[in-house]
Design a protein around this ligand. Structure first.
Ligand SMILES: Nc1ncnc2c1ncn2[C@@H]1O[C@H](COP(=O)(O)OP(=O)(O)OP(=O)(O)O)[C@@H](O)[C@H]1O
Length: 257
């Protein structure tokens, strides 16, 4: 499969400190790549670099073009970026917030056409936020807001979704529902990169896992190949129980080393 998004020897420097270096990563249509790693490993920095929101060494290609060379509106149509801990500053209705996801398609406020309405409704339904459509977004709970932020990304129908900790604020049921949704997008032909902290969810949903440490990729591959005792000790500094339950790899951190 050809890569929709490809990072070649990518690095980044923040506050005069090298934060990311030598990262090669390709994501193809149909694939869900899960990025894991300890706090400060560079996961967010990598995702921002992939989204073309940060300069640095190396290059990120969207198809065969460098991401920063792609016109901003086209880039926003192709790449949906869900930032970590998204904050809403304006007291807009949920429906209006999700409709903002259509802006890259040339739709301004109050100008939703039929196609836009269908996409907004589908995004509200998929994220379980349809009941909240008339609520003011700043009055929602943290988990409700997180689902609205995802709905806005989904409403744009991007080919590539970069989701930084999409389930961090969600209860267990919505964690499954949101990750099922992202996986379904992948199966429908999207390329997904999701940063997760829960190692069992990473094992369950990642077609491929990228394990980061100190701004570099420490291991990459199938969940069972990456989520080993040695890798978890060397990167997270934890001892973990790794077992197969109901046919699934389950990783339960046991203790800090
Ligand atoms: N603007 C900045 N200036 C200086 N250092 C920064 C800046 N932004 C991030 N960093 C540092 O870069 C490193 C990587 O940060 P990043 O947010 O990418 O980590 P992360 O893997 O996403 O961590 P977490 O799991 O805590 O969200 C951290 O040490 C962080 O302190």
């Amino acid at each position: 499969m050809s890569a929709l998004l490809r990072a070649v020897n990518v690095g980044a420097t923040l506050g005069h400190r090298p934060i990311l270096g030598g990262v090669d990563l390709s994501v193809a249509a149909g694939e869900m790549v899960v990025v894991i790693g300890p706090n400060g490993a560079g996961k967010t920095t990598l995702v921002r670099r992939l989204a073309g929101l940060l300069d640095g060494d190396g290059a990120v290609y969207l198809g065969d073009q460098k991401v920063e060379a792609v016109a901003p509106r086209l880039r926003a149509r192709k790449i949906g970026y869900l930032p970590q801990g998204h904050v809403f500053h304006w007291p807009l209705s949920v429906a209006d917030v999700v409709a903002l996801g259509r802006i890259p398609h040339g739709t301004g406020a109050g100008e939703l056409g039929g196609v836009d309405r269908v996409a907004v409704l589908a995004a509200l339904e998929a994220t379980g936020t349809l009941d909240l459509a008339d609520r003011t977004v700043t009055t929602l709970s943290g988990g409700e807001r997180a689902r609205v932020a995802l709905a806005r990304v989904l409403a744009g129908e991007p080919q590539i979704i970069l989701a930084d900790e999409p389930v961090a604020a969600l209860d267990a049921r919505y964690q499954f529902l949101v990750l099922d949704l992202l996986r379904a997008r992948a199966k429908a032909g999207a390329a997904i990169v999701a940063v997760l902290h829960d190692l069992s969810l990473a094992a369950r949903y990642g077609d491929r896992i990228v394990l980061m440490k100190d701004g570099r990729i420490a291991a990459e591959g199938a969940p069972a190949a990456v989520l080993t005792h040695e890798n978890l000790a060397a990167t997270f500094g934890i001892r973990a129980a790794i077992e197969t339950l109901e046919g699934r790899l389950v990783v339960t951190p046991q203790a800090a080393l």
